[in-house]
Design a protein around this ligand. Structure first.
Ligand code: F6P
Length: 328
């Protein structure tokens, strides 16, 4: 039997995502359910170093399941990257009798958690929170589904004005290294083309495809561009390229930006966050450490943090084909 844990801490780190609050609520309430004290750490690892802690009971997380952002705030801590910073953080946890840490964030946050465990043997557990869905070991990260719905809503609105003016719109969506948001919202928003980092379409094929669309009778077009795509031009240069090389296109650009990270979490993200929080706390209470909880085939599964950090998510090739067929 593992030694009974009496006190846990939870923090959010890295880029925020809708569903983080629902996950905090779940961690806090699962602790209360098992009679374990819970401490919220403000501003991620930065707060761990500064000892910015707050005791959280079941009622302290009322009314947050539907809120975007994170009530614990988030940060990307440079000090935690140093051994001195981590030592202070460890001492703060020990001084406060905290015996385990739940980290809600992306792979950078998990790397910090793993190093921390390796140095001090401190139990850590990860909950994947990022809109990019770029974490190995879960089909969905927290916030991905909400971001998809936000983006599709924006595309629908842009399409209204694009078709009224017979315009071509390049719409940039988030995804620094991966095209999950672009691919899914491109299909759902009826885009003519989708540019993602995993596949270099090439300028020639883009132009060819736009010409084909027009010949087939389309009067307006939407091209979704993931921010990390590899076509070699940013979205404004793409507009210039089409302006200079294609006749008769009236081109506009829309960069959706950080609005994709905000807003009330979807039902899917609220349920996912609730499940992940329960699993993360109960896994720590079982005496396990260095795992990330994730959704695989609709079950809560554990993936070693190391694999979650090093593993790569793959784009669904079937979606690429579906998108090609739909944009005929
Ligand atoms: O949360 C991930 C992400 O949305 C990326 O797609 C994007 O490049 C990045 O965050 C931007 O984050 P920030 O502006 O917080 O540095």
């Amino acid at each position: 039997m593992p030694k009974k844990i009496k006190k846990l801490a939870v923090l959010t780190s890295g880029g925020d995502s809708p569903g983080m609050n629902a996950a905090i609520r779940s961690v806090v309430r699962t602790c209360a359910y098992h009679d374990v004290e819970c401490v919220g750490v403000y501003r991620g690892y930065e707060g761990l170093i500064e000892g910015d802690f707050k005791s959280m009971g079941a009622r302290s997380v009322r009314g947050i399941i539907n809120k975007g952002g994170t009530i614990l705030k988030s940060a990307r801590s440079q000090t935690f990257r140093t051994p001195e910073g981590r030592k202070i953080a460890y001492q703060n946890l020990v001084d406060n009798n905290i015996e385990g840490l739940v980290v809600i964030g992306g792979d950078g946050s998990f790397t910090g958690a793993l190093v921390f465990n390796q140095e001090f043997g401190f139990p850590v557990m990860g909950i994947p929170g990022t809109i990019d869905n770029d974490i190995f070991g879960t089909s969905h990260t927290l916030g991905f589904d909400t971001a998809l719905n936000t983006v599709v809503d924006a595309i629908d609105k842009i399409r209204d004005t694009a078709s009224s003016h017979n315009r071509l719109f390049f719409i940039e969506v988030m995804g620094r290294d991966v095209g999950h948001i672009a691919l899914n919202t491109g299909i759902a928003g009826g885009a003519e083309e989708i540019l993602i980092p995993e596949e270099d379409l090439g300028l020639d094929r883009l132009v060819e495809s736009l010409n084909r669309s027009r010949k087939s009778g389309k009067t307006s077009s939407i091209v979704i561009v993931a921010e990390g795509d590899k076509i070699g031009k940013n979205i404004f240069e793409l507009k210039e390229y089409v302006d200079d090389n294609m006749e008769g296109y009236d081109v506009r650009v829309s960069v959706l930006g950080h609005m994709q990270r905000g807003g009330a979490p979807s039902c899917f993200d609220r349920v996912l966050a609730s499940r992940m929080g329960v699993k993360a706390v109960e896994t720590l209470l079982e005496g396990k450490t260095n795992y990330m909880v994730g959704l695989i085939a609709n079950k809560m599964e554990l993936t070693p943090l190391d694999n979650a950090i090093k593993g790569k998510t793959k784009i669904n090739l079937e979606l690429l084909r579906v998108s090609d067929i739909m944009s005929i």
